[in-house]
Design a protein around this ligand. Structure first.
Ligand SMILES: Nc1ncnc2c1ncn2[C@@H]1O[C@H](COP(=O)(O)OP(=O)(O)OP(=O)(O)O)[C@@H](O)[C@H]1O
Ligand SMILES: [Mg+2]
Length: 271
């Protein structure tokens, strides 16, 4: 039985989760797609305990293009892993699309991830023995409810969108870094997730390729309304997101907003 959290309940329970400026979306009212309430994550490390997250309150709104920004070891990847249901918090609550992840069994969590979340990694995490097509097809096979014809259509549509249809039969190790990241973007999007989590997606790319990858993700954010949350140190990403969410030693600081800048850039096609 899925537990649906009302956005209102989440905010009333913890007023600190509401940012100063609630971003508006093209559809008008912004829906809460991710809610974190007082999330703590501790890792046992020998005789000591590392507290990677020390009580995180955060709301992400549907259609946001946001980045968690902080120094190495500040907790960025841990935070993305909590949202990505890769790992459970030590305490606190995480809601994805209204569903509290702590109340799900393993099977339900896998389903929640498959249908709601897409992942993009710094090191691409592609399977080298599979072709580009097969890598992108993987989430659809795991979802299990598509015919072969439907998979073919959807994967080729995504590969065309990221400019790699001509490379569909290549192996990942025959591609450049930028092309590999395009494959992982296609793989992240093929299951039509509501949220894409991208952990330092441009860190292994040169500046021109990094910019192209950000352009592509921003275009997808604009046209499909997919929510993107990055972790990054990269100024090229930081300057392009709507909301910058600073993290310091496991705690979030006051967010900053880039909305005016991004709207202007989108209109003029610059950056
Ligand atoms: N599996 C783990 N076991 C023990 N400690 C961990 C584990 N994962 C992360 N940590 C610790 O938690 C803290 C936060 O790590 P995290 O990987 O989230 O940082 P980060 O901001 O992503 O850093 P980077 O920019 O280097 O990727 C660090 O002190 C790290 O050493
Ligand atoms: Mg990290």
């Amino acid at each position: 039985m899925e537990h649906k959290s009302s956005p209102d309940t989440a905010q009333k329970a913890n007023p600190g989760t509401t940012p100063n400026t609630i971003p508006t979306t093209r559809s008008g009212t912004a829906e809460e797609i991710v809610v974190l309430q007082n999330v703590v994550k501790q890792y046992p490390l020998g005789k000591v305990t590392v507290e990677a997250l020390k009580g995180i309150d955060l709301v992400l709104y549907e259609g946001e293009f946001a980045a968690v920004v902080g120094a190495s070891g500040s907790g960025k990847s841990t935070l993305l892993n909590m949202i990505g249901c890769v790992d459970l918090p030590t305490s606190g609550r995480v809601f994805i699309n209204g569903i509290e992840i702590g109340k799900q069994n393993d099977k339900e969590l896998t389903r929640l991830r498959l249908y709601n979340l897409g992942f993009i990694f710094q090191t691409f995490n592609l399977v080298n023995v599979l072709s580009v097509f097969q890598n992108v097809e993987m989430p659809l096979l795991l979802q299990g409810n598509f015919t072969r014809k439907e998979r073919l259509l959807r994967v080729d549509q995504l590969l065309d969108r990221v400019g790699l249809l001509t490379h569909r039969n290549h192996r990942p190790n025959e591609l450049s870094g930028g092309q590999r990241q395009r494959v992982s973007i296609a793989r992240a999007l093929v299951g039509k997730p509501k949220i894409v989590l991208a952990d330092e997606p441009t860190a292994n790319l040169d500046s021109v390729t990094g910019k192209e990858i950000i352009d592509l993700m921003q275009e997808i954010n604009h046209t499909d309304h997919t929510t993107f949350l990055f972790s990054t140190h990269d100024e090229r990403v930081v300057s392009r997101v709507q909301r910058i969410i600073p993290i310091e030693d496991g705690l979030l600081k006051q967010p900053q907003y880039n909305d005016a800048l991004n709207t202007a850039n989108a209109l003029t096609g610059t950056r």
